[in-house]
Design a protein around this ligand. Sequence first.
Ligand code: HPA
Length: 272
Amino acid sequence: MNLTKIKQTVDFLILKGFVECENAVILGTGLGSLVDAVEHKISIPYSQIPHFPISTVETHSGNLILGNIEGVKVLVFQGRFHFYEGYSMQQVVFPVHIMKFLGIKNLLISNAAGAINLGFKKGSLMLIKDHINLFPKHPLVGPNKDEIGVRFPDMSSAYNSHFNEILTTVAKNLKIPLEKGVYISAQGPMLETPSEYRMLRRFGADAVGMSTIPEVIAANHAGIKCCALSVLTDECDPDDLKPIDIQEIITIAKKAEKKLVLLVKEFFKSIA
Ligand code: HPA
């Protein structure tokens, strides 16, 4: 998406009152109910925002919301765009580019992922400490958008260590067990074969999913500090792999969502 379109969208949102906010969150599969914790909100369906792609996944309702979480102003992207839906990487990271020009400094991303580390159980939460990008494309290819960031962005600390410490402390205080691990991307939409899960584990991954990495790359490019949490929805044991039931994944995500919402609320309170 070119800068002119990005700025047209930003101008539209500023006129609608999406101003003076430094914090944002992108909500993943089955994880949209954080919006219930948002007070004094303004909300616009993605379909009414100029140039905004429209989410095609039924489990994602696409809305952009601005309001207060625990008294802290947060911009909430309820619903994201996946590469497997057919969007270009530029469309996938459009929300991050919008954030940049709206003045967002801090970003938390959530997703649903499969547990490759067999010590991690479904229904638990994982802090992403690093990632391995296996998408066949990524968002920074092409002429660099100098107004957004540098040509060769550093990725040595893509997941902000201060934010990771805060999430760790907050989880401990709330007595929510929080795994930590490496997230690896799969293009999707199909899930993995047993041999693929085995390979991903050998690569050094703890969890696999179909999102998040493009947004994290774009956020690092844009100088937006970010962190990410996965809800582990299935156990990917190559020697005992059960057929995946997408309904079960959504049910497990929904159950774990309560913990996630508590964690996210306390996170924003702590960084304020
Ligand atoms: N693989 C890829 N993406 C996923 C999985 C998985 O096992 N579970 C949830 N999202």
